[in-house]
Design a protein around this ligand. Structure first.
Ligand code: ZN
Length: 173
């Protein structure tokens, strides 16, 4: 009987909405505290979980997506989204990495978590910068005193948009 059961072992099935890989039934999420990737079960979405790295509670947010981050060094200007017409409110910053989901900014001042910023990213050659809106998700202080702001795009970029920004940045360098 047992050998018959073993022979009847069903082929792997995949329910709708399941992660694409059958051997990876986890979604990836980023800890709001320490910014490290952690695995969550899809059923945990929206619930508070304890980060396995920093041990702090963090929300396993719905539709977790972790996009590849491209390291870069793009000089940009940023300012509070509410002060877009005031030139004096512009701050120079460096984009340290970019993904479809957001950017990491390095700058000399801090903006509070949750602040909405307008970031001028380099546009195509000869064209005006592209302004994207981000929200500060986390901030850390570098050893040299600079602030590192992890920012999420209000509207995610396409893969092509990320590539164009990186191409424009390297062309203008
Ligand atoms: Zn953590």
């Amino acid at each position: 009987m047992s050998s018959q059961l073993a022979a009847m072992k069903p082929a792997p099935t995949r329910s709708p909405g399941a992660p694409p890989s059958a051997d990876a039934p986890f979604a990836l999420c980023r800890c709001a505290g320490c910014d490290r990737e952690m695995k969550i079960l899809p059923a945990w979405a929206g619930k508070m979980v304890r980060c396995p790295y920093c041990k702090q509670p963090t929300q396993a947010y719905r539709n977790c997506r972790v996009y590849e981050r491209r390291p870069c060094a793009v000089e940009v200007a940023c300012q509070p989204a509410a002060a877009r017409t005031a030139d004096e409110a512009r701050w120079e910053a460096t984009v340290c990495d970019i993904s479809r989901g957001g950017v990491r900014l390095r700058l000399g001042r801090r903006f509070e978590k949750g602040a909405a910023l307008a970031v001028e990213l380099p546009g195509p050659a000869g064209e005006d910068p592209t302004v994207v809106f981000v929200r500060v998700a986390r901030l850390t202080r570098a050893a040299d005193g600079a602030w590192l702001l992890g920012c999420a795009f209000i509207s995610e970029l396409s893969e092509e948009e990320v590539r164009n920004i990186l191409a424009a940045a390297s062309a203008g360098a």
